[in-house]
Write a protein of this length. Structure first.
Length: 191
């Protein structure tokens, strides 16, 4: 079941899950939508190195560490945004950190990250695959961003970049380790 804006605020206030920094408590105001909450772009962009002779093989573990080694990291500011050129893929992270704890004595929650239609109309796809934020996840959300439009697009820290659709998980899941547990930067490498 997808949570409404009112239910998102209620759950945040009750500690069922967290979004930091706090989005506020008025569900009629941004960043709230009727059944989602907008998240903002953080201040780091990771640009995969397309000049190195690389062939990706996902059968080998460590894709996050691979991208950390074969990418350039850019710190962006409002005065110095990142210009995303057509056909370019970058990794970024949300400004907000989210936490969906496993709680065997209460409801558990997970979420889906979706792009925003205003960006899609400019040809910008945000988090276009693997949108699930599993129950038990804590951290910033790594976003894949690609420009399929005809023009350069400025990525500015703090801009609304995606929306989080929060859902109740039926039953409390058992913690299951995975390669992205605890990711805190665009490459998925734990700091």
């Amino acid at each position: 079941m997808i949570l409404s804006n009112v239910e998102i605020v209620r759950c945040l206030q009750g500690g069922a899950f967290s979004i930091t920094p706090s989005p506020g408590t008025d569900p009629t105001q941004p960043p709230f939508n009727t059944s989602a909450i907008d998240l903002r772009l953080g201040d780091e962009i990771l640009v995969p190195d397309n000049k190195a002779p690389i062939q990706l093989d996902l059968r080998k573990p460590g894709i996050a560490q691979f991208w950390a080694k074969h990418s350039l990291q850019h710190k962006i500011t409002e005065a110095q945004p990142f210009s995303l050129t057509p056909q370019k893929l970058v990794l970024a992270k949300t400004l907000e950190s989210v936490g969906f704890p496993l709680n065997p004595n209460a409801a558990c929650y997970g979420a889906r990250v979706e792009g925003r239609s205003s960006l899609a109309r400019c040809g910008i796809l945000v988090h276009f695959t693997a949108p699930t934020i599993h129950a038990g996840f804590t951290g910033t959300i790594t976003l894949e961003i690609i420009n399929l439009g005809a023009h350069d697009f400025l990525l500015i820290p703090g801009m609304s970049i995606c929306q989080l659709i929060i859902e109740e998980v039926k039953g409390c899941p058992v913690d299951a380790p995975n390669q992205f547990k605890g990711q805190t930067n665009p490459a998925g490498v734990v700091k």
